[in-house]
Write a protein that binds this ligand. Sequence first.
Ligand SMILES: [Fe+2]
Ligand SMILES: [Fe+2]
Length: 218
Amino acid sequence: MITYEDVKNNADIRALIEASGQALGVMGITDHGFAHAELSAVNAGRLLETLDYDPHTCELAKIAGFMHDIGNAVNRTFHAMSGGLLAFDILRSMGATTKDAISIMTAIGNHDEGTAATVTPLCAALILADKSDVRRSRVRAHEPYLDIHDRVNYAAVDSSLSVNKEKGIISLQLKIDTTICAVMDYFEIFLTRMTLCRDAAEFLGLKFELVINETRML
Ligand SMILES: [Fe+2]
Ligand SMILES: [Fe+2]
């Protein structure tokens, strides 16, 4: 079995993440480089661990999290699909079983809003981990060139994803600087994402909560 560590150290995967980050940087899109890859990996793995999934599934979630945006090196449009296909081939060439490579391909192929569908626990974990990465350091534009996406990310001074297993709740807690972005702006941008998170949470048997500045919004 291949591990998250193997994937993190694979030169092709690292080159794809770097190229994805660069391409999106040119397009002025928020950071999709190593920090986003690692955070998504850690959060996806931790989420399934908390829910007592077996170690193998948790490892696959971490791998999917790390690799999920590599398709941006092909094209931003349909990057989930191109990324899933790329991941399948790379993982097979690294010695992953067909079944594991398919699991990761399905998760990656279903992470982007618009085309996402929560069809497996790995998909659910990846969606929740990816969509909850909202933070100031992802913004690459500078004032006064911040668009609404940038403002929403820039305004997020703190974000965390936590699970309360006893209550069956997964909660995304955000601290937003409202001098930069109104809570309404956040909703405008994130409504589709939050709907996706809610569906993903339900798939895992959890209720999704969005808490902004200590007020429950969803
Ligand atoms: Fe993505
Ligand atoms: Fe992502």
